[in-house]
Write a protein that binds this ligand. Structure first.
Ligand code: G3P
Ligand code: CA
Length: 382
């Protein structure tokens, strides 16, 4: 009895092996997760683009090679790494420079003294920050699920996956392109560019150098570079012909570079017909919060007649439209497309997405890329 209990405890606490990101390992992972791989054509990318938001973040901790690789296997057109800088100037994939939100840094005594309060985009934030770490130190950390309350199943992978660099992501994509026989795009976002520039860690030149060095050049490369800020996109336009996407946040908010410069330009003004024409002077598309495309009503429902003219105005300005973010769980869905009362239960994401495709979007950010590919397939076959 004692022996079997000891064995059971040993098995429970045995560290699980780190996953690999070769095709066979990713197929095993998909099968363990009970995911089926949707059909998709090979070759070049065709809109509307399925953009795997932070990787297949509905199924695995976000911004890990495993989440990106799984997204590619599930048929995503693009994988989306958000990028921040390390103190020694490396671009790594995290949504936030505050590392404790999605890594185990808070549990590592060797880094306890790095905790501090920093001003990030004008707000005081307490935690551990990427700019205080070298890449060698970042490599010691392991990723964790960001929203365990909504995605408890993903926490079984906590502590297993590393934090990747942009170069490692490109290498993964190149490898999977070979193995899957199709193009896979990369959709990098520069996070906190003004903050990092103030620290002497400007992100734009390193990003362009890495992309150009790896053969991503010209307006047709399978890349979109995105930012919520404006001036860095305008600077990028001078550095590269690669496609650029202006993200649009909450209507009343201002891009942080605008705030820092004392300007008054809001995202609402940027989303107006005149604002979109201005954006077309430096960017190739917009990534709006999805409410710009179809607004919910006062009861959080997506009304049948809720469309307005944002997509039409953006297209008239020559801009592609890639709204964010589509997620399958009730808590993220309109009230009339939810199922049951549990916030973590899956609702009718397919119906929501179909409405946006009808509205004319050219791509969409999604946490569950397999579901997005399924809806895209139906849309193309209609
Ligand atoms: O980049 C598009 C979308 O990802 C923006 O939201 O906060 O997930 O980066 P966020
Ligand atoms: Ca993003």
């Amino acid at each position: 009895m004692l022996r079997s209990t000891t064995l059971l405890l040993a098995l429970l606490f045995m560290p699980l092996p780190l996953f690999a990101t070769d095709l066979a390992s990713l197929q095993t992972l998909a099968s363990q997760l009970g995911l089926s791989i949707p059909e998709r054509a090979g070759g070049k990318l065709v809109p509307p683009f399925v953009i795997a938001h932070r990787g297949a973040s509905g199924y695995l901790p976000e911004h890990t090679l495993e989440a990106y690789g799984l997204a590619a296997l599930l048929g995503a057109d693009f994988i989306e790494p958000d990028l921040v800088m390390t103190g020694d100037g490396h671009l790594i994939a995290r949504h936030d420079n505050q590392l404790d939100l999605t890594t185990d840094v808070a549990d590592r005594p060797e880094f306890a003294a790095r905790r501090r309060t920093s001003e990030i985009d004008g707000e005081p934030v307490e935690g551990w920050f990427s700019e205080d770490f070298t890449l060698a130190e970042i490599r010691q950390l392991r990723a964790r699920e960001r929203i365990p309350r909504v995605r408890p199943a993903n926490t079984r992978f906590d502590g297993q996956f590393r934090i990747p660099t942009l170069e490692e992501i490109i290498a993964l994509v190149r490898d999977l392109e070979q193995q899957l026989g199709r193009e896979i795009g990369i959709y990098p976002e520069l996070k906190h560019p003004t903050h990092f520039a103030k620290l002497g860690l400007a992100m734009e030149q390193p990003l362009v150098e890495i992309l150009h060095q790896h053969g991503y050049r010209g307006a047709d490369a399978p890349i979109f570079i995105q930012s919520f800020e404006v001036r860095n996109l305008q600077q990028l336009r001078q550095l590269t012909e690669l496609p650029l996407i202006q993200l649009l946040g909450e209507p009343d908010a201002r891009p942080y570079d605008e705030v820092a410069a004392g300007g008054s330009l809001t995202y609402a003004a940027m989303a107006s017909p005149a604002g979109l024409l201005h954006i077309a002077g430096y960017a190739n598309g917009v990534g709006p919060d999805k409410s710009y495309v179809l607004a919910r009503d006062g009861k959080n429902r997506l009304p049948a007649d809720g469309q307005h003219d944002f997509v039409e105005n953006a297209h008239a300005a020559g801009l592609a439209v890639h709204p964010y973010t589509f997620r399958a769980e009730n808590v993220f869905l309109p009230a009339n497309l939810q199922s049951g009362t549990d916030e973590a239960e899956r609702g009718d994401l397919a119906a929501e997405l179909a409405r946006y495709l009808e509205a004319g979007i050219d791509g969409f950010f999604i946490d569950h890329p397999d579901l997005g590919v399924g809806v895209k397939n139906l849309w193309q076959a209609r």
